[in-house]
Design a protein around this ligand. Structure first.
Ligand code: ADP
Ligand code: MG
Length: 654
């Protein structure tokens, strides 16, 4: 920042008193004297001096004055002035120390367009100052008054400018013109002037000394400043180093700030998430409260239920006791039932014979078989006999037969089985049961025993099996466990044949009837199939029929000349009551009972006939012996009776 002001040069005025104050006295030279007063000396150009005010670093003002006009003059006694040349307009700059720039009373600083009155203050300043003032006197040369610039620059001094008019007479006010003849006066003037100059030179020398001192000081100052500069340079280099470090720090700061930004972003994201979680938490808390309430309700319900459960448990305990008591009763009842059932069967007869009359092929009944409506235990066979003499008419002869039960042609399979089912129950109760179908070929033995596959026409064997499995399930509730083993054997010509054989025909094994130590009858190499349900048994019956029909094609209608024996071994155990039972249910489809004329039977047929007759008649003998409770029962006489001996004697039902 700079500021300038103008120093207005004053029009020359004659000094009232030469040498008084800080006055630049102009020497009066010859040329000067020649010049007309109007034109020469006082032709004083208005000049301008510029004072620059500079603000130093410390804030103080440095004023620089420039372009001060310097008069062209000749100083006879001074070397500088003796140069004989005009110095010309010298530019002097007076540099002041910031602290010392103070206008002093001795200097006349005229700024702006101040009126000339100010210049008259010049006498205030003292003409000679040892230190702190500068006086430059300018002498006019060849009648031209040059402006004189006084400048001084010393530390702590003032700047004083003073312009004094030339031609002033010492002690007089204004220029005194001497006459041409007044040489003495002129000489005295010149002497005065000389003295004056000498004084001034002296003072200039003093000032010069002062300036030298000032220069030395300045030099010292310069040195100091250089040192200071060096120090500051060092400091600057340190600062630069520090700056480098700081630039690293700045990079670090930038990195940290970017990191901070990313962290802030993350933070904001997390805050968002936190808000979401907060919402979720709130909803879950609500849910939790609801659930807690529900739980408390459930807990109270549970307590109620537990109390109920306790009651129920007690009730169950008492009921269990009751049940076990009832089970005992039931078991006792079951045993009682068995006993009574057996008693009934025994009363009915361990050996019972039922008669079934099959319908004719056209559906009607045979004329010679009469079934009384009132009685279902008798049957009458009517026979017309021719008169031997031929004189009397043919006689009608009736033969009455009584049975434990007679089934007419209309009797269904179900009706027939109802009678048999009592015996089947006996088999489950632990009694051996044997059921034979006896009759001529085509009389319905196989139909009665096996029937057909339809439900209504199923025969005794499938029905018996069904009953046995159902009954065993019921008894299972009372603690009974049963195992069933089925076998199907054919006796043809006193030879045993396994009807459940599934191997190759040419590898059929031979079978023997064996009797164990505990009188258990078994057949060697026979298929004994464990069965657990009705369908398995039906499958075995089908397999047996298949085996029979295969044999049948080889030998015509063999089935009618062989016995087929279905045996179901039943083993039951009630572990809880330590009761066991074992029995066999035998269902036998006997060979045709028709008698063949011996003379007509030859070869294989004779052999067959003999075997059938033998086994059937032996069966009759055995049953008769059993019925008569004879001591000897000829079981061994035929394979059939030998095989079935366990199911025929004792408390067995036949
Ligand atoms: P068997 O085995 O005694 O030689 P079947 O049982 O083979 O005689 O019977 C011969 C035929 O008579 C078969 O076609 C059978 O369907 C029929 N039959 C037997 N008994 C009856 C009956 N009670 N009702 C209807 N058809 C019967
Ligand atoms: Mg048959």
């Amino acid at each position: 920042m700079s500021r300038s002001c103008k120093i207005l040069r004053q029009p020359y005025q004659a000094h009232p008193r030469p040498g008084a104050g800080f006055t630049l006295a102009q020497p009066i030279t010859a040329s000067y004297l020649r010049c007309p007063p109007k034109q020469s000396i006082f032709k004083f150009k208005r000049q301008e001096a510029t004072v620059h005010e500079n603000y130093s670093e410390t804030g103080t003002v440095v004023k620089i004055m420039s372009r001060l006009p310097v008069s062209k003059r000749v100083f006879p006694s001074s070397s500088s002035l003796d140069s004989g040349q005009d110095t010309g307009p010298a530019q002097k700059r007076i540099r002041k120390d910031p602290e010392s720039v103070k206008p002093q009373a001795a200097a006349t600083v005229i700024g702006g367009r101040r009126p000339p009155v100010a210049a008259t203050r010049a006498p205030i300043s003292k003409p000679v100052r040892t230190v702190g003032s500068a006086t430059v006197a300018g002498a006019p040369s060849r009648g031209v008054l040059r402006q004189t610039v006084a400048s001084a620059a010393t530390r702590g001094s003032n700047v004083k400018l003073s312009v004094a008019p030339t031609g002033t007479k010492p002690g007089g006010g204004g220029v005194v013109k001497r006459n041409k003849w007044d040489l003495k006066g002129k000489v005295s003037d010149m002497e005065d002037k000389l003295r004056n100059y000498q004084t001034k030179v002296k003072s200039a020398n003093q000032e010069n000394d002062a300036l030298r001192g000032s220069v030395a000081q300045s030099h010292t100052k310069v040195m100091e400043m250089e040192r200071e500069l060096e120090t500051q340079r060092k400091q600057i280099s340190e600062y630069e180093k520090e700056l480098k470090v700081l630039s690293g720090v700045r990079a670090e700061v930038e990195r940290v700030s970017s990191e901070r930004n990313s962290l802030q972003e993350e933070l904001s994201q997390l805050e968002g998430k936190y808000k979401v979680m907060e919402t979720l938490r709130a909803s879950q808390e609500t849910e939790l409260q609801t659930l807690t309430m529900k739980l408390s309700v459930k807990e109270s319900t549970l307590a109620q239920v537990q109390a109920n459960l306790q009651d129920a448990k007690q009730e169950i305990c008492s009921l269990k006791e009751t049940v076990s008591g009832q089970e005992d009763e039931l078991h006792a009842g079951e045993m009682e039932r068995r006993r009574l059932h057996n008693t009934i069967q025994e009363l009915k007869g361990n050996i019972r014979v039922f008669c079934r009359v099959r319908p004719l092929v056209d559906g009607g009944a045979s004329k010679h078989i009469q079934l009384p409506l009132s009685d279902n235990k008798t049957v009458t066979l009517a026979k017309t006999e021719e008169s031997h003499t031929g004189k009397t008419a043919d006689t009608q002869k009736n033969y009455n037969f009584s049975f434990d039960r007679v089934f007419g042609p209309q009797a269904t399979q179900q009706e027939v089985f109802e009678e048999i089912s009592l015996l089947v129950q006996s088999a489950l109760d632990g009694y051996n049961v044997c059921c034979f179908a006896y009759g001529q070929t085509g009389s319905g033995k196989t139909y009665t025993m096996e029937g057909s596959e339809f439900d209504d026409t199923r025969g005794v064997i499938p029905r018996a099996v069904q009953q046995i499995f159902k009954a065993s399930e019921k008894l299972g509730a009372q603690g009974w466990e049963f195992t069933f083993t089925a076998s199907f054997v054919e006796i043809y010509n006193e030879t045993l044949r396994d009807l459940l054989y599934t191997g190759k025909a040419n590898k059929r094994p031979e079978h023997e009837i064996r009797k164990s130590i505990n009188n258990q009858i078994s057949i060697t190499n026979l298929t004994y199939e464990k069965v657990t349900n009705e369908d398995q048994v039906l499958g075995l019956i089908a397999l047996a029929n298949q085996n029979r029909s295969t044999a049948q094609t080889a030998q015509n209608d063999r089935s009618s000349r062989s016995h087929s024996v279905f045996q179901l071994d039943i083993e039951g155990a009630n572990a809880g009551r330590d009761v066991k039972c074992k029995s066999t249910l035998c269902l036998v489809d006997l060979a045709g009972s028709e008698r063949m004329v011996k003379s007509q039977s030859q070869g294989e047929r004779f052999k067959e006939m003999t075997a059938i007759n033998g086994s059937l008649s032996n069966l009759g003998i055995v049953i008769a012996a059993l019925a008569n409770k004879e001591s000897y029962i000829p079981y061994r006489n035929s394979k059939l009776t030998y095989l079935l001996q366990g199911c025929l004697g004792g408390n067995s039902k036949t």
